[in-house]
Write a protein that binds this ligand. Structure first.
Ligand SMILES: [Zn+2]
Length: 452
């Protein structure tokens, strides 16, 4: 086989097929013939060694693609399926490369590799794979959402048939898509993906959209279905992502329904996850934050305080501090709440964290009724911008009640707003990855339920 592959090799001075940017003669020319990649190789070693082998594998795979697949595709009408195998294999190698680039400390060179490999397979599905990695890199490694959108701007989502690319698309445009588009895209992901955990994720995301649209009965039904379908999968077949999504889905539905049993179940599941895994500190901090919030919702404030503090000790996050401040208010310690909030720098917070921060500041003002707190809260809440009608109403009622308080030292609205706040759910779109602003539709929903 290797003899025929040799005909397809690049020239020695040309860039290597592996995407390193090195000349072929200095890179993989002497490497790929050392291995028999048609057999399963079990590799171990340092990341640098593994990357070298992966590069040789990519080069070999591209040579095979040129030698075997391309001639077949030319002569065959069933080419989609044949190409599909190559695209899937190469996509997996891209993902491995991303991981190894990270481990080798050269992750910033990864986009260069993507550009070198962009023409490896002449098919739109390969272009999607490359764009997916590129946008993902910008979103999750460079934290540059605008750059991710620039990568995606060449596509209309309607013409994308790759679940991975659509998932990145949803993430990048989370703040800009109308609910109906989010539902359509998420439905497409569910249709295209083989991953049960992704199906759970996007089924739940759809239910959240219906909550935001005030179609609450439908939303509840969809949320329950999403959970039931996933729970039907034997525990041994569930992966870490799916188990985590299940925890969050149960917690959030428990939150919406005010269902104590669900919240307790979420606590139990989250603690079981934390106990069983080798977690990175950020994920661990997130998990304890989630457990803390469950206790907070159950009005077990001391437990909530303890777990928020544990989360902050592992890895500080402005959102957790905001919630730690909120629980101080619930424990009737407004001064301590203010101390915590004063220690945060609101100007560098994300939009959704700032929203939470401003709302808790309003909460402080409504508790203390001090003019300086009221003025500060008003200043902050006026800076919050939102397109969502629900939040516009919420902000408006805050402003009105704070002005009331300024004039008369009492506010008719204050108590009802405080009640709403106590049900208030995080706006932070992405702690667990539902990718949406999940919020206080809940009060409306609960009051509607209560009327029945
Ligand atoms: Zn190479």
């Amino acid at each position: 086989m290797s003899i025929s592959l040799k005909e397809f090799e690049p020239k020695g001075r040309d860039n290597c097929f592996c995407g390193s940017g090195e000349r072929y003669k200095n890179c993989c020319r002497g490497e790929w013939p050392k291995y028999d990649f048609s057999k399963k190789n079990i590799c171990s070693g340092s990341p640098a060694k593994l990357l070298k082998i992966l590069r040789a594998h990519i080069t070999w795979y591209r040579l095979c693609h040129l030698a075997h697949t391309v001639p077949l595709v030319r002569g065959n009408c069933d080419d989609e399926k044949i190409l599909d195998l190559d695209i899937k294999a190469m996509r997996e190698m891209l993902q491995q490369a991303r991981r190894l680039y990270g481990e080798c400390g050269i992750i910033n060179n990864f986009p260069y590799m993507l550009s070198e490999l962009s023409d490896a397979i002449a098919d739109v599905r390969w272009k999607w794979s490359i764009s997916c990695e590129e946008a993902f890199f910008n979103l999750s490694i460079k934290k540059d959402c605008a750059e991710a959108r620039a990568v995606l701007a060449k596509y209309k989502w309607q013409s994308i048939d790759s679940s991975e690319l659509l998932e990145v698309y949803l993430e990048a445009y989370a703040d800009n898509l109308v609910h109906i588009d989010t539902i359509s895209i998420a439905s497409k992901v569910i249709e295209l993906t083989d991953s049960e955990s992704s199906k759970l994720h996007y089924r739940f995301l759809i239910s959240v959209q219906y909550f935001l649209l005030n179609e609450t009965e439908r939303a509840e039904k969809l949320a329950r279905e999403a959970i039931e379908i996933y729970e039907a999968i034997p525990v041994s077949m569930r992966n870490a992502h799916g188990r985590w999504m299940l925890c969050l889905a149960i917690k959030q539905l428990g939150q919406i329904l005010g269902d104590e049993e669900m919240l307790r179940k979420a606590i139990e599941l989250l603690i079981a996850e934390v106990g069983g895994g080798n977690w990175k500190s950020k994920a661990l901090a997130d998990a304890w934050y989630q457990v803390g919030e469950c206790y907070h919702l159950l009005r077990e404030f001391y437990m909530a305080e303890k777990l928020y503090s544990r989360s902050i000790l592992i890895e500080p996050s402005p959102l957790t501090s905001v919630y730690l401040a909120k629980v101080q208010l619930d424990l009737r310690r407004p001064d301590r709440a203010k101390e915590i909030l004063d220690s945060l720098i609101s100007t560098t917070m994300s939009k959704s964290n700032f929203f939470d921060y401003a709302i808790i500041r309003c909460n402080v003002a409504l508790c203390t009724k001090k003019i300086s707190d009221i003025n500060f809260a008003l200043e902050l809440i006026k800076k919050v911008s939102t397109v969502d009608p629900y939040f516009k109403d919420l902000i408006q009622s805050f402003i009105v009640s704070l002005y009331d308080l300024k004039i008369s030292k009492s506010s008719l609205q204050a108590n009802s707003i405080l009640a709403r706040i106590n049900r208030y759910v995080t706006l932070n779109p992405n702690l667990g990855g539902f990718g949406v602003n999940f919020n206080a539709m809940i009060d409306d929903y609960l009051s509607k339920k209560a009327e029945k």
